[in-house]
Design a protein around this ligand. Structure first.
Ligand SMILES: Nc1nc2c(ncn2[C@@H]2O[C@H](COP(=O)(O)OP(=O)(O)OP(=O)(O)O)[C@@H](O)[C@H]2O)c(=O)[nH]1
Ligand SMILES: [Mg+2]
Length: 486
């Protein structure tokens, strides 16, 4: 496959005709060679488990807390459009629909209201509440999903008026995470996030929780049911935090070993469903679950790979981001997200076929800087070039200074992206301790310029350096030492 396409990073302008031609060729090659059907076992398992009825957001250990078991089957979506264009509002509700579908529900109808700000009592205005109720009756919906984070009082009031369950976007995202969590660590992280979402909302969950306790065992005198629940949730949260910390140890150990051995790490980050897992699979032949669903990946997968000049580095695929990613999740997934915030390089995958890729870029960068990765070098991989509009790709290539159009599916642009990744890898450093004779001041200054000095001492026979330096310089110094010994 010819891959002359250049990112805008190296100053070579790519022209749209080349982009279209090479892309079309890649699509044709792909269709000839590969079956698009995924054979991935995880995906088959997940599809087999697709719930038919009812959802799984249950907290058995604190069943008293009555965390409402979500049962989203037929849903009506409700959005309040406060700022931005009509297109933005539409994209936002479309994303909510994709979230709802990923959670296993069927979207019956979507309503958007233009308002300066959400209504303090019912989120949407009273006229719209009536309309929502009508839509619920007409479609037989059992749940209303609001596009935002609602206060417990808003949820309750709205629920009384539309007469079916009302949940917000945060609860929906938490539910998807709960369904997709696979590893022990992932499950614990999701549970922690759910509890921290639930804690301030306890009062909202019906009268049974706020009534005075009747002196049932375990509860102190005068302690209300809600206080007991709160205490139990807090206890459970501390336990989960401890567990997550313990589980994190093995990953931390692996990471620090890699660091010690100077193995650079590249994080594949980006908006959910952008194609991060597909890219990891394409780059390393990993068999990570790829699914047209939001938050398909929760657990990080690390794969070792090798650059053309023989340097080992790791690639890690991790959880996707979304606009207004619930802070409870960011907090609970802190250890997982360290795979991104502690990497040497971020390959930021964006879906070129999404209606608003620039908004995706913004949202992802916001999360990256929130988790402390804002300073890490970033390469943009504009994915799905096989189905994206060439004009959109060109526009992104023009705006972003270090961007490459690729298709993880067809392989288009991958070679160029790999070259960009390899040339951006931090130069490997080797630890040296050596005495450099005074007549080789050039080597001492090279160590100062390109390496990191750990200690420096002037001895009668020369400068004793303990430092981290690049491989080539280390070899030079080693050869010099051998010569002196002879
Ligand atoms: N047409 C096209 N589809 C792609 C491409 N790359 C990925 N996809 C599809 O996009 C969907 C999401 O791909 P994933 O690799 O699971 O995306 P992800 O970023 O890992 O998503 P999450 O783990 O859910 O955050 C799947 O249906 C893929 O088949 C591409 O280059 N072209
Ligand atoms: Mg994924």
């Amino acid at each position: 496959m010819s891959n002359n396409q250049s990112g805008s990073g190296d100053g070579l302008e790519i022209d749209i005709d080349t982009l279209i031609r090479e892309n079309a060729q890649a699509v044709a090659d792909y269709e000839l060679q590969e079956s698009p059907e995924s054979q991935n076992q995880d995906l088959q398992d997940r599809q087999a488990l697709r719930r038919v009825s009812g959802l799984s957001t249950e907290l058995q250990d604190v069943s008293d807390a009555e965390y409402r078991q979500l049962r989203l089957e037929k849903v009506v979506l409700v959005g309040v459009w406060t700022e931005g264009t009509a297109k933005d509002a539409e994209n936002s509700i479309k994303e909510l629909a994709a979230l709802a579908e990923t959670a296993g529900s069927q979207v019956m109808e979507a309503l958007i209201q233009r308002r300066d700000k959400p209504d303090s009592a019912t989120f949407i205005g009273s006229g719209k509440v009536k309309e929502v109720r009508e839509a619920v009756v007409a479609t037989g919906a059992d749940t209303v999903v609001c596009d935002g984070e609602l206060s417990p009082a808003q949820l309750r009031t709205l629920e009384q008026k539309v007469k079916v369950k009302v949940i917000d976007r945060t609860a929906l995202i938490l539910d998807i995470f709960a369904q997709h969590a696979k590893s022990r660590e992932g499950k614990a992280q999701v549970e922690l996030a759910q509890m921290s979402y639930m804690l301030p909302r306890l009062r909202g969950w019906g009268d049974s929780l706020s009534r005075q306790a009747g002196g049932i065992g375990g509860r102190g005198p005068g302690e209300t049911k809600i206080e007991t629940d709160r205490r139990r949730i807090n206890d459970k949260m501390s336990k989960l935090r401890r567990e997550i910390k313990e589980m994190k140890v093995s990953r931390d150990t692996k990471r620090s070993e890699r660091r010690k051995n100077n193995i650079p790490s590249v994080a594949i980050a980006g908006y959910t469903n952008a194609g991060k897992s597909s890219l990891l699979n394409r780059l390393t032949g990993a068999d990570v679950l790829v699914e047209n669903a939001l938050f398909a990946t929760l657990d990080p997968t690390v794969r070792k790979t090798e650059s053309a000049d023989g340097r080992i580095y790791t690639l890690v695929d991790t959880v996707g981001f979304v606009r207004h990613l619930p802070h409870q999740l960011v907090e609970a997934f802190k250890s997982t997200l360290e795979e991104v915030s502690e990497s040497d390089l971020i390959v930021h995958v964006v879906d070129g076929a999404h209606p608003d890729p620039q908004e995706q870029l913004r949202a992802v960068r916001q999360v990256i800087s929130e988790i402390g990765g804002g300073e890490i070098m970033e390469i943009i991989a504009i994915n799905k070039a096989d189905i994206a509009a060439p004009e959109v790709l060109m526009e992104l290539l023009r705006i972003e200074s270090n961007a490459y159009a690729i298709s993880a599916r067809t392989g288009y642009g991958i070679e160029t992206l790999v070259k960009a990744i390899e040339s951006a890898l931090p130069k490997p450093k080797v630890e040296i301790t050596a005495i450099i004779p005074f007549n080789r001041g050039d080597l001492v200054s090279a160590v100062h310029e390109t390496g990191e000095i750990i200690s420096e001492e002037y001895l009668p026979e020369g400068t004793k350096l303990h430092a981290m330096v690049g491989g080539a310089l280390a070899r030079k110094i080693q050869m010099l030492e051998e010569k002196i010994k002879q």
